[in-house]
Design a protein around this ligand. Structure first.
Ligand SMILES: Nc1ncnc2c1ncn2[C@@H]1O[C@H](COP(=O)(O)OP(=O)(O)O)[C@@H](O)[C@H]1O
Ligand SMILES: [Mg+2]
Length: 396
């Protein structure tokens, strides 16, 4: 059918044609935002799940809800090679600048900018365009110890106070939180702790891979109290069916029940894959009906598109020994396996591949669902590894 009308066409960052399910996550976030608006605190939701389950889509949706509530938002995506201050400072600076134009918040916001300046001095960060815009004296002695766990809370307090003075709450969104260091993550926890102690209108909302559950380090007990970790997984059969059927229906196209079942089956109800299979099935179908035959005919297209994009970009970030480790893990099948079993397949001791495993966890390729267990963070990645490295001599 006409690809121009294909509702499942992937668009970088655009919302899915039908945001299926997730009502409880959305309504809990809505409640937290409304509470923020009336000056009540809530646990900060951190959405946790594998790649492609729809965490970012939800985070963006929640950001839009916040903005509609009149909440100022700061949205950042962590990645390797950029520190948390570098990520957050531009948004914080912008928020403080616009708060400095609000009559009642002027003084607090200008103070916030001075604290921001000392924060940057303390961490010896120079961010070009920021430095340019900050022709203001630092507040020496505040937020400039150089220890992010001490300084970040002071900066956030200053921002929270300016927000309180303006009566405009602030919500900070951090995606891909697994790329933060333990200290950075802990600095956010301590910030929220201080914000709540002082009843300031600032909320953190995050998302990331399951390894963030182990990131809290020394602040673990605080994290458990201050954060909630809603799990985002594959869609239920009911919701996945809606995600497949409704966008086509909007275009006057019917998807046969057998076709729906086939998509549910091959995608294991993971949102990213649902979109991909529906997209390819649409393209091969004709006559405003998508049949099981069409889904079957679209199978190779869907797989090779995924291989070339979703899977490959992740695979290529790994070095040969990391690939070998992942290939061995894939050999065991899909799901979670003992690290010892992976090592055994490789013919080495668990301790000798522990550094490789550690690096793969940092890179977000695998995670540890329980102590000593290992699983891919990307659904169906085991099958991809077998395609990418078909004749692999594991002991070689
Ligand atoms: N609830 C949903 N219903 C239908 N499609 C979804 C849903 N959530 C996500 N998707 C689709 O799945 C893909 C991956 O979503 P994304 O938010 O990028 O995942 P993540 O951030 O967890 O890796 C996107 O193409 C998105 O359109
Ligand atoms: Mg994402």
């Amino acid at each position: 059918m006409d690809p121009v009308r294909n509702p499942y066409a992937p668009g970088a960052g655009s919302p899915p044609p039908e945001l299926a399910g997730r009502q409880d996550v959305i309504s809990n976030a809505e409640t937290a935002l409304r509470r923020l608006s009336i000056g009540r605190s809530s646990q900060s939701p951190i959405l946790v799940g594998l790649r492609g389950v729809g965490k970012t889509v939800l985070l963006v949706k929640i950001q839009h809800i916040a903005e509609a509530e009149g909440i100022r938002t700061i949205y950042v995506e962590a990645h390797e090679g950029k520190s948390l201050p570098e990520l957050l400072v531009p948004g914080i600076r912008q928020a403080l600048f616009s708060l400095s134009l609000v009559e009642n918040a002027k003084d607090k916001a200008r103070r916030g900018l001075r604290v921001l300046k000392s924060f940057l001095n303390g961490l010896r960060i120079s961010i070009n365009d920021i430095e340019l815009g900050l022709s203001i004296d630092p507040e020496t002695g505040t937020a400039d110890s150089g220890d992010i766990e001490a300084d970040m809370p002071q900066l956030m307090l200053a921002l929270g106070e300016a927000a309180a003075a303006s009566r405009e709450p602030v919500a900070i969104f951090v995606d891909e939180m697994q790329y933060l260091s333990e200290k950075e993550f802990s600095s956010l926890i301590m910030s929220i702790h201080r914000i709540n102690q002082n009843s300031l209108p600032l909320l953190l909302i995050g998302a990331g891979l399951p390894q963030i559950l182990g990131l809290a380090g020394n602040s673990k007990s605080y994290a458990e109290r201050l954060f909630s970790y809603p799990k985002i997984g594959a869609l239920s059969e009911h919701d996945a069916t809606h995600a497949i059927v409704n966008p086509a229906k909007e275009e006057g196209v019917r998807i046969e029940t057998a076709a729906v079942h086939q998509i549910l089956d091959v995608t294991k109800r993971y949102p990213y894959f649902l979109q991909q299979w529906s997209y390819e099935a649409w393209n091969v179908a004709s006559n405003n009906v998508i049949t099981a035959r069409d889904v079957f005919a679209a199978h190779n297209n869907a797989l090779s598109t995924l291989d070339e994009s979703f899977f490959k970009v992740r695979y290529e970030r790994c070095n040969p020994s990391e690939k070998k480790y992942m290939r061995a893990l894939a050999e065991l099948g899909s799901g979670s396996f003992r690290s010892g079993d992976v090592a055994e397949l490789l013919g080495v001791k668990t301790t000798s591949v522990a550094p490789t495993r550690g690096k793969l966890i940092k890179k977000g390729m695998i995670y540890s669902p329980a102590h000593g267990d290992t699983e891919f963070t990307v659904p169906l990645f085991d099958e991809y590894m077998k395609r990418a490295m078909p004749s692999f001599n594991l002991r070689g």
